[in-house]
Design a protein around this ligand. Sequence first.
Ligand SMILES: *[C@@H]1O[C@H](CO)[C@@H](O)[C@H](O)[C@H]1NC(C)=O
Ligand SMILES: *[C@@H]1O[C@H](CO)[C@@H](O)[C@H](O)[C@H]1NC(C)=O
Ligand SMILES: *[C@@H]1O[C@H](CO)[C@@H](O)[C@H](O)[C@H]1NC(C)=O
Ligand SMILES: *[C@@H]1O[C@H](CO)[C@@H](O)[C@H](O)[C@H]1NC(C)=O
Ligand SMILES: *[C@@H]1O[C@H](CO)[C@@H](O)[C@H](O)[C@H]1NC(C)=O
Ligand SMILES: *[C@@H]1O[C@H](CO)[C@@H](O)[C@H](O)[C@H]1NC(C)=O
Ligand SMILES: *[C@@H]1O[C@H](CO)[C@@H](O)[C@H](O)[C@H]1NC(C)=O
Ligand SMILES: *[C@@H]1O[C@H](CO)[C@@H](O)[C@H](O)[C@H]1NC(C)=O
Ligand SMILES: *[C@@H]1O[C@H](CO)[C@@H](O)[C@H](O)[C@H]1NC(C)=O
Length: 381
Amino acid sequence: MERPCFLKCASMSFVMYCVFAMSFLAIEATTNITTDQSSLLALKAHITNDPYNLLANNWTSSTSVCNWVGITCDSQNSRVVALDLTSMSLTGTIPPHFGNLSFLVQLFLRNNSFHGSLPVELVHLRRLEIFHLGNNSFQGEIPSWLGSLPKLQILYLSLNNFTGSIPPSLGNITTLRNLGLSNNNLQGNIPEEIGNLINLETLILRGNQQISGTIPPSIFNISSLEIINFAFNRLSGSLPDDMCQYLPVLQKLIIPYNQLEGSIPSSFWKCRELLRIELYYNKLTGKIPGKIGNLSLLKELYLFHNSLEGRLFIQLWKTFTNWGRPGNLRLSPPPLEEIDLFQLVKEVDSTGTNTTKSRQLYLTMGYRFEWKPLDWYDDKI
Ligand SMILES: *[C@@H]1O[C@H](CO)[C@@H](O)[C@H](O)[C@H]1NC(C)=O
Ligand SMILES: *[C@@H]1O[C@H](CO)[C@@H](O)[C@H](O)[C@H]1NC(C)=O
Ligand SMILES: *[C@@H]1O[C@H](CO)[C@@H](O)[C@H](O)[C@H]1NC(C)=O
Ligand SMILES: *[C@@H]1O[C@H](CO)[C@@H](O)[C@H](O)[C@H]1NC(C)=O
Ligand SMILES: *[C@@H]1O[C@H](CO)[C@@H](O)[C@H](O)[C@H]1NC(C)=O
Ligand SMILES: *[C@@H]1O[C@H](CO)[C@@H](O)[C@H](O)[C@H]1NC(C)=O
Ligand SMILES: *[C@@H]1O[C@H](CO)[C@@H](O)[C@H](O)[C@H]1NC(C)=O
Ligand SMILES: *[C@@H]1O[C@H](CO)[C@@H](O)[C@H](O)[C@H]1NC(C)=O
Ligand SMILES: *[C@@H]1O[C@H](CO)[C@@H](O)[C@H](O)[C@H]1NC(C)=O
């Protein structure tokens, strides 16, 4: 190990890498289960409230670390590989010593009241695959050094108080499968580097009301994406018309309550796995592409509170009826042609439900369209 590293160091471009790698090895060489124990005792010392005495009576030097609640060691009991303190009602901060848990693979602190910022020493947790801090009160910026954790698969910082912008360096973690940053106080653009995360399955940025700008087109090139949730932000611009070209397994596209404009991408029907589309409360215009009706798995389509117009195609109608009888509609089987939304509205009216007034049209369970009454009576189509 030393020799090749020395040779590589001869090349200037590797000097930084080697300095970094050697300092990492140095830390590993000097740590052992005793270091793990003192790291965890340091964490315990930074817990200011433990109402059920979960750690107080359990994390004691009289028993092996590997028997402590929330701790998993490797098979030789030589090092701590997982720490799970989920939902223990703990209040506290993470001390720098925590960065000495160098064999840690899984870290769950979710659903507690941890606060403070993330100490830079955590960058030494090189084996970390799961970093789940959801539902705490962590604050400060999301550190850019997270981008150099080489094995991270799940990064979940949702429901905290993080501020600042999303670090572009997160785009370096190509092992990442789930990225959840929802319900923080993040702002700025979504970095286009996120599009480098070629193994990403879920991308959840919901509820950061200052995240703005357009969605970088590179996001729509992540062909592993199953869930996109950008709800309740301030995103603008339009969805690229070919956005489904490279999203073969997308199941949920959830972008309501933003400022999207332009029309609904005509390529939607290429996202064959779509189950749910939520685009309500945006500024979308134009017609609903009839080919949406070709999405045989689609169960929920929410488009209300936009400025859309259009006709409903027969295949879409078939999707509806497969799913159950339309609530208060009593229609004979529609003819094999386009169904005109105006017609549907009239039918609903004839049952006594004044939908023109409520501005909502419930076609059947889960299928809800809302149009402005003006659009209904405008003879646009
Ligand atoms: C600590 O908790 C673990 C897991 O609940 C339990 O097995 C162990 O006996 C406890 N140790 C002490 C000293 O209470
Ligand atoms: C979160 O923790 C609290 C206890 O602090 C518990 O009552 C609640 O059920 C937990 N919520 C989830 C979603 O785990
Ligand atoms: C553990 O981490 C602290 C703070 O980062 C450091 O000062 C200390 O030397 C480390 N201890 C060991 C045994 O590596
Ligand atoms: C978040 O924490 C609060 C307070 O402990 C709890 O009531 C709530 O259920 C938690 N939510 C989730 C999603 O964990
Ligand atoms: C978030 O941080 C702001 C200031 O940084 C503070 O005023 C607010 O109380 C914090 N909210 C939570 C839920 O911790
Ligand atoms: C990580 O990403 C940043 C910003 O995108 C970049 O400047 C940096 O070179 C990357 N670092 C590594 C180690 O790839
Ligand atoms: C998306 O991928 C296609 C095909 O690989 C490529 O031509 C295009 O430049 C990519 N677009 C972005 C924004 O990365
Ligand atoms: C529906 O999808 C099939 C392939 O599954 C395709 O052959 C057909 O042209 C599509 N029809 C429309 C209207 O897009
Ligand atoms: C429905 O609303 C329209 C316009 O607001 C009104 O003229 C009509 O009387 C209402 N019909 C019923 C059945 O309430």
